[in-house]
Design a protein. Structure first.
Length: 102
């Protein structure tokens, strides 16, 4: 008989949309807890075939005027995001607009 190891809490961040999927699967499958859904997902997932997308990051320094810096800080607080995340959105948007105009 195989012995079961004691479980321990593991805390991590998930998007709200994925938490909703966990709850929907829990109800649909008749499972009692979110932990059961996560354990099932881990048990069934092929980690060997998993190839996480990695976009390497590198720090850059840019000069911004006081007004743009204040705007970024204000929106970061309002949107509950980092300044870097907002800059990435702005840069991605700029690149998308340029490719559409070709």
């Amino acid at each position: 008989m195989a012995s079961r190891s004691a479980s321990a809490p593991l805390t991590f961040d998930l998007p709200i949309s994925l938490i909703a999927k966990i709850e929907a699967h829990r109800r649909k499958s008749g499972l009692k807890t979110a932990s059961e859904v996560v354990r099932l997902a881990i048990e069934k997932f092929d980690f060997e075939a998993c190839k996480p997308a990695r976009d390497p990051h590198r720090q850059v320094s840019v000069r911004l005027g006081a007004q743009q810096r204040a705007t970024l800080k204000r929106y970061a607080k309002k949107k509950d995001a980092s300044v870097g995340e907002l800059i990435r959105f702005a840069l991605d948007s700029l690149a998308a607009k340029k490719s559409k105009s070709r």
